[in-house]
Ligand binder design. Structure first.
Ligand SMILES: Cc1cc2nc3c(=O)[nH]c(=O)nc-3n(C[C@H](O)[C@H](O)[C@H](O)COP(=O)(O)O)c2cc1C
Length: 161
């Protein structure tokens, strides 16, 4: 198994596809990461082939990994789901503010790092894309994200070439 000291970003992927259910299994394991008050203030959107990928590639300044990786993962700070939970319990949510965004972004990044570490332990290659925060509006549109769901980190995923 690869040791953490040997990890590095992978920007070229082999043509081999990902086994069905692998991303879900890694996400489930990564979801053991700590979250604020166990509110789990994040969502993961998985993009394979299709029109969303083209729109995502444009939002990411056409970095080639977005077009070539078997999967593009958009990790989102998500206060939409928890706000609905509040409303279902007749509580008034008030999470459209900066502190709430920081809390949700923290949960998201802890989850994302756990996911990346587990994926790399599994032999997969990943690359984080900082372009996520340059064009969040384009990504929100491409993935049809609801209010209070903000993309904070994108990761391309595949077997290293
Ligand atoms: C917040 C963040 C944004 C990044 N954005 C990009 C990016 O847009 N494109 C890219 O090729 N690599 C990106 N990277 C990967 C870094 O370039 C890489 O982690 C760094 O150069 C160290 O290399 P290593 O991961 O191989 O050790 C990003 C990394 C982080 C943490």
């Amino acid at each position: 198994m690869m040791e953490f000291k040997d990890r590095r970003s992978i920007r070229k992927y082999s043509r081999r596809g990902l086994p069905g259910g692998l991303i879900e299994a890694l996400a489930e394991e990564a979801s053991r990461a700590a979250t604020m008050g166990n509110m789990q203030l994040y969502s993961l959107v998985v993009t394979g082939d299709g029109p969303e990928r083209e729109a995502l590639a444009a939002a990411h300044h056409h970095q080639p990994m977005v077009e070539e990786a078997p999967a593009v993962l958009t990790f989102c700070a998500d206060f939409h789901r928890f706000s609905r939970w509040c409303e279902q319990r007749d509580a008034a949510p008030g999470y459209g503010n900066f502190v709430s965004f920081i809390n949700a972004a923290t949960d998201t990044l802890l989850f994302a790092q756990a996911f990346i570490t587990l994926a790399e332990e599994h032999g997969l290659g990943t690359c984080i894309l900082g372009t996520t925060v340059y064009n969040p509006d384009k990504i929100i549109e491409a993935l049809r994200l609801p209010p209070l769901v903000v993309p904070v980190l994108t990761v391309t995923l595949g077997w290293p070439d």
